[in-house]
Design a protein around this ligand. Sequence first.
Ligand code: ZN
Length: 427
Amino acid sequence: MKSTRNEILRNISGSIKERNGLTAQYPLYRNRLRPIIISLLVCVLGLFFFGKIVYARENVHRLKSYYSLYYRDSGFQNYSNDAQRHSRNDAYPTGIKICLKHQPEGMTGTIQYQANISGTGWSDTYENGQSIGEGQDMPLEGIRVFLNGDLKDKYDVYYSTLILGEWQPWAKNGEDSNPVGVGKHIDGILITVVSKGEAPVEEKAPVEEKAAANVGNSQIDPAKPMVALTFDDGPGNYEDRIVAALQKYNSKATFFYVGTQATKFPSTVKRVADAGNEIGNHSYKHENLPKLSQAAIESSINKTNEILRNQSGQSVSLVRPPYGATAGSVKPALRATGQPSILWTIDTLDWKTKNTKNTVNVVLNQVKDGDIVLMHSIYRQSAEAAELIIPALKERGYQLVTVSELAKARGITMEAGKNYSSFRPKK
Ligand SMILES: [Zn+2]
C-alpha cells in the first residue's frame, strides 16, 4: 500500500519535472512555430472567404431563364424571372418567348422551345428570345423547353403550365408540359434552369408577401369585443362602397369570392385586398359542393384559390362553401386543400329581403362578441346596410376584423376541413 503510494508520488513528481523541462524550452518552440501557424491560419481563412465570395457570385450569376407570354390585347408582358410564375386570368396567351442569361463563358448551346397552338399543333423549334405565335389568335395548349450544346450536359430545364387555375406537375428537358389536344389552353408558365440533377424550386413572388403583410388591422385589442363582417358571391359592383365605409372607420372585413365572378372583376379583387381586407374562397361557380365528387370539389376550390391568389396577392386560407353546405365529401376535400369552412352566426338574409333597414336591424338586434355576420356584396341594399352597420357597431365598441384575425385573437388555430361559425371569447 505504502510502496504503491510512493510510486504514484514518484510518477507525479517525474511528470512535473518533464513538464518543467518543456516549459523551459517553450519560448524557443513558440518563436519558431508561431509565424508558420499564423500564415497557415491566414491561408485557411483566406481560402474559406474567397470560396464563399466565388460561391456567392456563382449563385447570383448562375444560368437562369426569363420569359414572357404574348396576349392579343397587350402584346408581350414584362418578363418574369427564372422560377417565377407568369400568368393572367382574364385572357389566354397566344405567343411565347424564352431567354437565357448568365451563360458560362465558353459553354456552347442555348435554350430552345416549341409551343402547341390550338388547331395547328406543335410549332417549329425557336431559341433564345425568338417569339412564337406573335400576331396569331389561337390559344397555346402546351410548351416544350430544352437546352442544347454543352448546356444540355450541365443543366436541366424544368417547366410547369397553369391550366384551369391549376399549376401542372413539372415537365423537364423537352417533355410535353401537359397533355395537349384535349381542348384546354394554358394561362401561365413557370420555367427554371437548374444544375444537372438538382430539383426545381419555385420562387415565391415577393409582392405576395408584401400584400399579405397588409391584411387586417394594425391594432386589435383582444380584450375588446369584435365582429367579423363577411360578404359573399362577389366580386360585383358594390365593393367600392363597402370598402370605402370600412376604410372610413378603420375596419376590415372578409370577402368570399366566386372564381367565375373574380375572372370578370379582377381589378376589384385587387382593390379590396389592397385595402387590407381578407379574400376567401366561395367555390369556382357557386356549386352545391356536397353534390360533387371529392375530386371535383378539390378542383373547384383549388382553381379558385389560384385565381384569387393571383389577383389579390394574398394566399387564400378560408373557404365558405356555398349555402353553408358541408355534407358529402366537402370535409375530406377541404382537408386535402388545407382549408377550414367558415360558416356564420348571423344570417342577415340580405339577398332575400333586399331591404336595407331589415338587414341593419337583424345585425344590430342579434350581434354578440365573436360573431361572424353573413352578407352579400352584390346588392345595392347590402352595401347601403354595410354603410350603416359599420359605424353603428363601432359606436357600440366593436372592432371590425377579418375572420382570420378574429380566430387568432381568440387563440384558435383553425383546422382544415373543420366548420367554424363564431369565435366567442373564452370564459
Ligand atoms: Zn353564396
